[in-house]
Design a protein around this ligand. Structure first.
Ligand SMILES: Cc1cc2nc3c(=O)[nH]c(=O)nc-3n(C[C@H](O)[C@H](O)[C@H](O)COP(=O)(O)O)c2cc1C
Length: 175
């Protein structure tokens, strides 16, 4: 296999669930968002919106809203792992592939974060908090946009865990 920086980033990125308290730099944030905007999107419509949350109260309001709407977190579990930055991806209700567009943008965010030595974790467990009508208002989402996921970002507190062994029963060749 040819090893280059792209392949290394794809295989070495891991979900990070423990973050230092200091905020990521403005430059890192800007570069990560820049890279995220180059994610593929259905028909090139870029039908997704990025909401950067760096406010602890807003993050804890989202967790409370998730619980109010039925999410059950284990005692002591912090769904956003105390990450100092959360980027929410939302898409217009009219977009046919909004969910997919958001997922692609999140992947770019995670890979760009990895390139900067930052930790990241895709978070869907608090999605019903993000979709709470009060939270949607507080996030100032564009009209008729729905959140499809978010990513927690920060300087990692711990080394990345070793990856799980990859499955070897999940490829079919039709030749
Ligand atoms: C759609 C999606 C939703 C996820 N939601 C969560 C989540 O809510 N909380 C969490 O800790 N990890 C979440 N993850 C991260 C996965 O658990 C993680 O990617 C998986 O265990 C593989 O580990 P790796 O990312 O280190 O390769 C999510 C991943 C995806 C793709």
């Amino acid at each position: 296999m040819i090893l280059n920086h792209t392949i290394e980033a794809l295989t070495e990125r891991r979900s990070i669930r423990s973050f230092r308290t200091e905020q990521i730099s403005e430059e890192e944030l800007a570069d990560i968002l820049y890279a995220a905007k180059y994610a593929p999107s259905a028909m090139g419509l870029q039908a997704r919106h990025f909401t950067v949350i760096q406010n602890k109260n807003t993050i804890s309001d989202i967790v409370s809203a998730a619980e109010k709407n039925g999410a059950k977190f284990l005692p002591g579990h912090t769904p956003f792992y105390n990450a100092p930055t959360i980027i929410v991806l939302s898409a217009p209700d009219t977009a046919k592939y909004g969910r997919e567009d958001c997922a692609c943008a999140i992947m770019n965010i995670m890979l760009a974060s990895h390139a900067y030595g930052l930790g990241s974790c895709y978070i869907c467990s608090a999605l019903n908090g993000l979709r709470d009508s009060e939270i949607i208002k507080s996030l100032k989402l564009p009209d008729k946009y729905t959140p499809f996921g978010c990513v927690a970002l920060g300087y990692p507190k711990e080394n990345a865990p070793a990856p799980k062994e990859r499955r070897n029963d999940d490829i079919t060749y039709i030749r």
